[in-house]
Design a protein around this ligand. Structure first.
Ligand SMILES: [Zn+2]
Ligand SMILES: [Zn+2]
Length: 432
């Protein structure tokens, strides 16, 4: 009986953890209710991987919870910030998740504003192929050059710590080691994040003596690491190949979007569109747990991005007659599984690709874009990549099953490689 009870408890405790982001109250609503509490923190004490952000009590401090430990930043009488570790508090708004396991992705660049930090973080999420439709927490570790943070202070006289005309105390930090703890959410601006942002970020210093809400940021990010939840959905492919030059089938590997970036040469919207289209085709139509890269043939148009995604992920190659590149393809890819002849065509739905990208791409290929127009095209493509990762595959693509498909080898053609045409274009001077 004892054993049975233990098992029942164990199952319950496994089920009681959650990885998806939850929230109590909303940032944009809390002022209207006089900062009335929407959650007691001690109700979350059991979650050992808890990550959470929000204000404490009636705007009496900043709650930052990480690895299941609360760090509540509070303003002292002399306006210095200190930490309290207390579960017996309430919050008018809290965003939280229970993350059992994190994985590392890389970050690089140099940023001089919090907006630049947010776009560099977003670009890292894109190259990791993360599903951006669902919110998730993240952590960034490093020594940060310059930061401005704040801790909120009470808004009404009856709350201890109130000072007339003061809503918060700002802090400046330079060359400080620590971690940024943030939530990314494209849904409901104003719920977890400010109205004009997809991010909500706090800073916790290394010796855990300060925690506050991040307002501005300037730093070299070279060598910094981002942690993302391991369980968060992302583009990934399990592939199987032969195990040596004359070997048997059975060598297994896992491929992610950033592996394709290394092979292709850069991250671009075509790579994201093509990789996600192949993911959708393999998971929905072929229903294969792993892709046998000795068993597929693929046809596409001449796009450098689509052809690279095609050969990398299916194992099809021009010289072995398992890949074809044609001038007038219908759809993105036509994929055939050789062993059973099952064939499918995957198309990008009409209207998904922004018209401005289509028209600027045509001009770019004719060498008719100025350096600054080219940068504008890049930012449109980056936004489109984000949009693709934030949209369900079924809304982006349609699959056409080809019952009578017969592989016919077309005569070999060569094409212009369009992603190197502007390699010597000068920089946009107004961006410098
Ligand atoms: Zn905050
Ligand atoms: Zn490309």
């Amino acid at each position: 009986m004892k054993k049975l009870l233990f098992t029942a408890f164990w199952i319950f405790s496994i089920q009681s953890s959650f990885a998806q982001v939850k929230h109590a109250g909303a940032m944009s609503e809390m002022g209207k209710s006089g900062f009335a509490p929407t959650i007691s923190l001690d109700s979350l004490e059991k979650y050992k991987g808890l990550v959470a952000l929000g204000p404490m009590g009636k705007m009496e401090g900043e709650i930052t919870i990480v690895d299941g430990i609360p760090y509540v930043g509070i303003v002292k009488e002399d306006e210095s910030g200190i930490i309290q570790k207390d579960w017996r508090i309430q919050a008018p708004f809290l965003v939280y998740a229970d993350i059992q396991e994190w994985e590392e992705i890389s970050l690089s660049g140099k940023v001089s504003t919090i907006q630049e930090l947010e776009s560099v973080l977003e670009a890292s999420f894109v190259s990791a192929g993360m599903d951006l439709s669902q919110p998730f927490p993240f952590r960034v570790f490093g020594k940060f050059d310059q930061m401005v943070t704040h801790i909120v202070t009470p808004r009404s006289q009856e709350i201890p710590g109130y000072k007339e005309g003061r809503n918060q105390v700002n802090y400046t930090h330079s060359e400080e080691n620590g971690e940024l703890i943030g939530f990314y959410s494209r849904e409901g601006k104003g719920i977890y994040t400010h109205q004009n942002s997809f991010f909500h970020i706090h800073f916790l210093n290394d010796d855990k003596s300060f925690a506050g809400h991040l307002d501005n940021f300037e730093s070299n990010l070279e060598g910094f690491k981002i942690w993302i939840p391991k369980s968060h959905p992302k583009l990934s492919f399990r592939v199987v190949d032969t195990d040596f030059s004359k070997g048997r089938l059975g060598f297994q590997q896992e491929i992610f979007l950033d592996d394709l970036v290394k092979f292709h040469g850069h991250l671009c919207d075509g790579l994201v569109v093509g990789t996600k289209a192949l993911d959708y085709s393999f998971s929905t139509f072929f229903g294969a747990a792993e892709i046998d890269r000795t068993d597929y043939r693929i046809i596409s148009g001449a796009s450098p991005c689509l052809t690279d995604a095609a050969s990398y992920l299916t194992g099809g190659r021009l010289q072995f007659g398992t890949q074809q590149v044609i001038s007038k393809p219908t759809g993105l890819f036509l994929i055939e599984r050789i062993s059973d002849g099952k064939s499918v065509q995957v198309n990008l739905n009409a209207g998904i690709k922004p018209q401005e990208i289509i028209s600027l791409t045509a001009l770019a290929e004719q060498g008719k874009l100025s350096p600054c127009e080219m940068d504008h095209l890049k930012s449109l493509e980056d936004q489109f990549s984000i949009q693709v990762l934030a949209t369900a595959s079924a809304e982006l693509y349609n699959l056409v099953v080809l019952d009578q498909f017969k592989w016919v080898q077309a005569p070999f053609e060569t094409f212009k490689k369009t992603d190197v045409l502007n390699k010597n274009l000068s920089p946009c001077l107004s961006n410098l």
